[in-house]
Design a protein around this ligand. Structure first.
Ligand SMILES: [Zn+2]
Length: 348
């Protein structure tokens, strides 16, 4: 009402029952303060028990109580739904691929045509065509020579010829013509490629078309895990043995260094586990060895065997030089330390 009659007094304490006469709306009275069409509309609302006090009823919920959600839905501005682009979000599609598809659709990728809107001219030329063209979104993802070949590779088996349209047009075309697709042809093509790829890894296993059987059989294929038991061998009587190991996570550079020093009967002298940051797996192994050796010397253990599961590191310590320049410093430091001790290197 406040929207409809903004000039009306908001502090009016007039009860609704003043506008009800003999169990019916007093339309004439309503019309004295409201416009005709509102009065007519009120006329259509059921009155209920006219003896009860006025109470606020939030029309947007079934139970009459106010909720932020319904209020938000009332005032929000909704974009028209784009069912097509919403289909890129799917559990089976890696997030970054969905996100890229969404960005291309929304034209939020920094190509020539997008940057131009901000008043900057990139003057970028593509490398995919014999005659270089401007690197626009549509060129790179639909119209370029190589892109067209890739599209055709997939759409030809479906009975479609890729045309040099904008990306949005191409996607719309795909979506709108699904019923015409010869999907069995594409399944056949993918099926045969899979057959070949699987056969290379699992020679004994014969995947057989149709597609559904291949999918079921694929789930049953597990990689064969080979294991080998490694035993700890006692060092020479009267000496000690240092075992070290380094692990490294390629994704974030985090590494773990660990090791243990034992007497010749296997009793533990010390063990360590340290967090570190490394450039690669070999550096983690080398740092673990350096830390262990340094501890031994500092604590008076000068006669020990060092054992590592890294051939690269044991070889480097034996030859006293590193072929890898990143490793050179740490190998030099370690061999320097080893001069102070009687050391045997073994590989487990
Ligand atoms: Zn091109």
């Amino acid at each position: 009402m406040a929207y409809l009659i903004p000039e009306a007094s908001k502090s009016s304490k007039l009860p609704v029952k003043n506008f009800i006469k003999n169990g019916k709306w007093n339309t004439d009275k309503l019309k004295t303060i409201l416009s005709n069409h509102i009065a007519e509309h009120i006329n259509t609302i059921g009155i209920g028990n006219s003896n009860l006090k006025d109470q606020v009823f939030w029309d947007l919920t079934n139970y009459g109580k106010y909720s932020n959600k319904t209020a938000w839905n009332l005032v929000r501005f909704r974009n028209t739904k784009q069912p097509l682009i919403n289909k890129v979000w799917h559990n089976s599609i890696p997030f970054k691929m969905s996100f890229l598809a969404w960005r291309i659709w929304k034209r939020k990728v920094p190509f020539e045509d997008v940057i131009l809107k901000f008043g900057k001219h990139l003057d970028s030329k593509c490398y995919c065509c014999t005659v270089a063209r401007d690197q626009t979104i549509d060129h790179v993802f639909s119209q370029g020579t190589i892109t067209s070949k890739v599209w055709n590779l997939f759409v030809s088996p479906l009975g479609i010829k890729h045309s040099h349209l904008s990306v949005r047009h191409v996607i719309n075309f795909w979506y709108g013509n699904q019923k015409k697709f010869r999907i069995y042809k594409l399944e056949n093509l993918v099926g045969r490629s899979l057959q070949m790829a699987i056969h290379n890894t699992f020679q004994k296993y014969n995947l057989i078309l149709p597609w559904k059987d291949i999918c079921q059989d694929m789930y049953k294929l597990n990689p064969v895990i080979k294991t080998q038991v490694v035993c700890w061998q006692k060092p020479d009587t009267g000496s000690t043995k240092l075992n070290t190991d380094g692990s490294f996570n390629n994704n974030n550079g985090k590494a773990g260094l660990g090791g243990a020093l034992r007497y010749d009967n296997g009793d533990l002298i010390m063990a360590f586990s340290i967090k570190a940051h490394c450039n690669n797996h070999n550096i983690a192994e080398a740092k673990a060895a350096w830390y262990g050796i340094n501890w031994c010397l500092q604590n008076g253990y000068n006669n020990f065997t060092i054992e590592s599961d890294s051939t690269v590191i044991t070889d480097m310590l034996k030859n006293k030089k590193a072929s890898n320049f990143r490793l050179n410093k740490i190998i030099q430091d370690t061999t320097e330390l080893l001069r102070q001790a009687t050391v045997k290197h073994t590989y487990c």
